[in-house]
Design a protein around this ligand. Structure first.
Ligand code: GLY
Length: 412
């Protein structure tokens, strides 16, 4: 009996020591996040008020986009997470200001990214403040996003057109794996309004993505193109990946995160199984480096995978890492590990923790005040487009911050 009690006490002491150490890791990273965001806020004062941080130029200075690109919600979203952890009022004030700049987006219908644009900003704003005006903007945004759904294809149209890298075709109903992320806004609107059409659109879109976009081994096609009159799939290609049959790492990350979120909202085991298959593909892949920060495409440069004739991927042989894919996946795996029992759930959590530690290390985390004041280095926007290669990206910072917050919550 005494021996048993001794071991129980020892295990308790070990768990306490680990959790104390990990709390220190989270706090020190949040203090870096807080400082880096303040440096970036200072830089934004020198720019146009409606310019949203995105990446850096060749000289390392911050570059921006308009609010109508897909990324304006991430900077306010990071401010909200940083405020949530640090309780720094100055960050809250800025989070409010940067979120409220995005109000015109509530009526935006030109592409599918509204979920990213308003849920990372207004979604966090409403979660943390309960301000009903924010809720109304989210609901109106969900209405705008819903206009891109067709019952014929059973999907939300991502872009209005997509030109194949093979140079022989333009598609007019492309759906990209990233689109899974926009469904969170629709689930929110369904819950808030009781209007089940939002939920119907989200579930139908997720079902068709599961059917048409995910391969039997759990990997993903980036772009599936539908015929808008028959609803049939007319092409499976890539836009940002290496080849049509390869697996673009950030696309895989969007899928892991997206299906985990859809499982949270529906409790439908098919979506959980899909999230697990996608996570297993990522984590068990022979080309995944030891630190679990993937190369930009799981199959870049491999025999059997050929970029389209017009893709810049043909000219790039360096195997760049994409830290943004790791940040998204780490955040997703913290959530997924809460839905999966026993050994597998523990494996997901361990992988998420390992990835977060890699991202928080000098290998990927920028020195304070460097990297254009972005947090994370070594990301890839799009090699086929010859754009944002080995750069910081504002969404890597957002998901890094979210992963820190999720890890912190899981230790309580
Ligand atoms: N959603 C676009 C991207 O991940 O680059």
């Amino acid at each position: 009996m005494r021996t048993v009690l001794y071991f129980i006490a020892l295990a308790g002491l070990f768990a306490f020591t680990v959790s104390k150490k990990e709390n220190g890791f989270i706090d020190s990273n949040f203090s870096f996040v807080q400082q880096q965001l303040k440096h970036m806020l200072k830089e934004t004062e020198t720019r146009n008020k409606l310019a949203f941080p995105r990446t850096t130029d060749a000289s390392g200075k911050m570059t921006t986009t308009s609010m109508y690109d897909w990324t304006p919600g991430f900077f306010p979203g990071s401010l909200w997470y940083a405020f949530e952890h640090t309780k720094d009022k100055a960050l809250e004030e800025q989070a409010v200001a940067w979120t409220e700049k995005l109000e015109p987006l509530k009526d935006f219908t030109k592409h599918h990214d509204l979920g990213f644009m308003v849920y990372c900003s207004y979604g966090n704003a409403y979660r943390l403040t309960g301000n009903k005006a924010y809720r109304d903007i989210l609901i109106q945004s969900a209405r705008s996003l819903s206009t891109r759904f067709s019952p014929v294809t059973g999907s939300i149209k991502s872009w209005n057109g997509f030109k194949s890298w093979h140079g022989n075709k333009t598609y007019y109903y492309p759906v990209i794996i990233d689109n899974m992320m926009n469904l969170e806004l629709l689930f929110f609107a369904a819950r808030e309004t009781g209007d089940t059409s939002f939920r119907h659109i989200a579930v139908t879109h997720a079902e068709n993505t599961m059917k048409n976009q995910i391969r039997p081994d759990g990997s993903s096609y980036h772009v599936v193109c539908y015929d808008s009159t028959t609803g049939k799939v007319e092409g499976r290609e890539t836009a940002q990946g290496y080849a049509d049959n390869s697996t673009w790492s950030r696309g895989q990350a969007w899928g892991i995160y997206g299906f985990t979120m859809v499982y949270r909202e529906t409790r439908d085991p098919r979506f959980l199984a899909t999230a697990e298959r996608m996570a297993d593909f990522y984590l068990n892949h022979k080309n995944l480096p030891a630190d679990k920060v993937p190369y930009w495409d799981f199959n870049a440069g491999e025999a059997g995978y050929t970029p389209g004739v017009n893709s810049n991927a043909l000219k790039v042989s360096t195997r760049y890492r994409d830290a943004s894919a790791a940040a998204i996946t780490a955040s997703a795996l913290f959530e997924l590990s809460g839905y999966v029992k026993n050994k597998k759930g523990k494996k997901y959590r361990k992988a998420a923790t390992q990835m977060l530690h890699a991202l928080g290390s000098p290998a990927y985390r920028a020195p304070e005040g460097a990297n254009g004041n972005f947090m994370i280095m070594h990301c890839v926007g799009s090699i086929p487009h010859n754009s944002e290669i080995d750069k910081p990206l504002v969404y890597a910072d957002y998901y890094f911050t979210e992963a820190l917050q999720r890890y912190n919550a899981s230790l309580k």
